[in-house]
Ligand binder design. Structure first.
Ligand code: KE4
Length: 431
């Protein structure tokens, strides 16, 4: 039995000063029960809590740590940057270098603006689409999460689902009226909203592979159908690749599925673990952004030298080592196949969705292709499974409605350990 006294004490104290004791809701373990672990350090595939327990890491900071924790190349880039001072609030050469690199890696991005989080990226992209089209409404999908911008906290996924309330207090009726929600993988639901709001929809924003209601892939040519609809109706197509960008391929999900958005939002991996977001796309649209266009957007720490150093090191490595993606696909496939074999042995038939190095085990025997089918999962059973895996030293995302992320630090031996822990946990759940 693992001991968590230090985490418990820290959590008690944290709750006196921080709402819920955490700086982001999903970390509070509300969806799985028990108290959150306080993490002290991490290295490669391992993460260590304040009580010295070691876990194999499957969250990887919700995506950024694609090369494993404390990657030496990223650390070296930061060590080199620190002596120059850590922030200027002025243009730097590194910002130009990373912008040029992103443009070269993601063909649909002709110009890019750096911000400090995925939320800022999606908020800015939505404002830009409205400014560019002169229209007010945004279409999002039930269960997709695009950060905590007001326009997106309607039928949101991820942490919003751990509180049992996918909407948020504090979002005005006016804002909510301008956000229309469609059903993932259901093009008719989108076409209906567009028809009912003729010439009023500025943008459709989607996670090209959903990760915030668990991992859900776009079916057949769903993304291309959205692309065609946007072309017909003069709507800006925004692919929110905060999670999938530089994770599913060098060029993200848009490379994998061959769909060209008008705007792309980025985060997570782009900062190598430091706070970075970005939005970019067609020059014709991006030139609407201040100071050359009428759409204002700004940020004190946008393009921060430390974040740029870490992000540039990370992206440079991924750009010159595309074999990382085949390695990640293979490792993740081995984990998923192992879990499938476990379920066969145990007579279980839970659903697993995998895309590249993202996957989710849903505690339902039905296909999971949208918010409704995802929420048919047995979240109580997931909570028990989560705690058993934690006991066995496997650190999973503390919610059924999150994707797991595999890093290159996961070796074949660790795949075996993860698969064995899964078998033992599923078997114990049957008792
Ligand atoms: P941030 O503001 O958290 O950097 O990014 C928001 C965001 C935007 N778009 C997508 C597709 C995202 O997945 C996210 C953030 N992802 C969650 C994990 N599911 C962040 C974890 C958290 O909220 O603590």
């Amino acid at each position: 039995m693992l001991h968590h006294e230090h985490s418990h004490l820290l959590f008690e104290n944290a709750q006196k000063y921080i709402p819920g004791g955490v700086n982001s809701p999903v970390r509070a373990f509300k969806a799985v029960g028990g108290n959150p672990l306080f993490i002290k350090s991490a290295k490669g595939p391992y993460i260590y809590d304040e009580d010295g327990n070691q876990y194999i890491e499957m969250i990887n900071s919700w995506g950024p740590m694609i090369l494993g924790h404390a990657n030496e190349m990223v650390a070296e880039a930061l060590r080199e940057a620190i002596p120059q001072s850590v922030s200027f609030g002025a243009p730097t050469a590194k910002e130009v270098a990373i912008a040029e690199l992103i443009v070269s890696m993601v063909p649909s991005i002709e110009k890019v603006r750096m911000v400090n989080s995925g939320t800022e990226a999606t908020m800015s992209a939505a404002r830009l689409a409205r400014g560019y089209t002169g229209r007010d409404k945004i279409i999002k999908f039930r269960g997709c999460y695009h950060g905590h911008g007001d326009s997106f906290l309607i039928a949101a996924g991820s942490g919003a689902m751990t509180t049992g309330v996918p909407d948020s207090a504090g979002v005005t009726k006016g804002t909510a009226l301008d956000t229309l929600t469609a059903i993932y993988n259901d093009i008719e639901s989108v076409e209906m909203l567009v028809a009912q709001n003729k010439a009023q929809v500025a943008a459709i924003i989607i996670e090209p592979v959903a990760g915030n209601m668990g991992c859900i892939a776009p079916q057949q040519n769903f993304l291309q159908q959205l692309r065609d609809l946007c072309n017909r109706e003069g709507i800006v197509l925004i692919l929110d690749e905060v999670m999938t960008g530089f994770r599913l391929a060098k060029g993200g999900a848009q490379e994998l599925y061959g769909v060209t958005p008008d705007l792309t939002t980025l985060g997570k991996i782009i900062g190598g673990g430091l706070p970075v977001g970005a939005y970019g796309g067609k020059q014709e649209i991006m030139d609407f952004v201040s100071p050359i266009g009428p759409v204002y957007q700004a940020g004190t720490l946008s393009g921060n030298p430390m974040a740029m150093a870490a992000g540039y090191a990370m992206l440079s490595y991924l750009n010159s080592h595309p074999e990382v993606y085949t390695q990640l696909e293979e490792t993740t496939g081995n984990i998923v196949n192992g879990i499938r074999q476990n379920m066969e042995k145990l007579g279980l038939n839970f659903t697993i969705n995998q895309v590249g190095s993202m996957f989710s085990l849903f505690f339902t025997d039905q296909p999971v292709c949208d918010f409704e089918s995802a929420t048919a999962s047995d979240t109580q059973l997931f909570g028990r499974y989560f705690r058993k895996m934690l006991e066995k030293g496997i650190y999973l995302a503390p919610s059924q409605f999150e994707a797991l992320f595999v890093s290159t630090a996961i070796t074949p031996e660790l795949v075996e350990t993860i698969v064995q822990a899964n078998f033992d946990s599923l078997q114990e759940l049957q008792k």
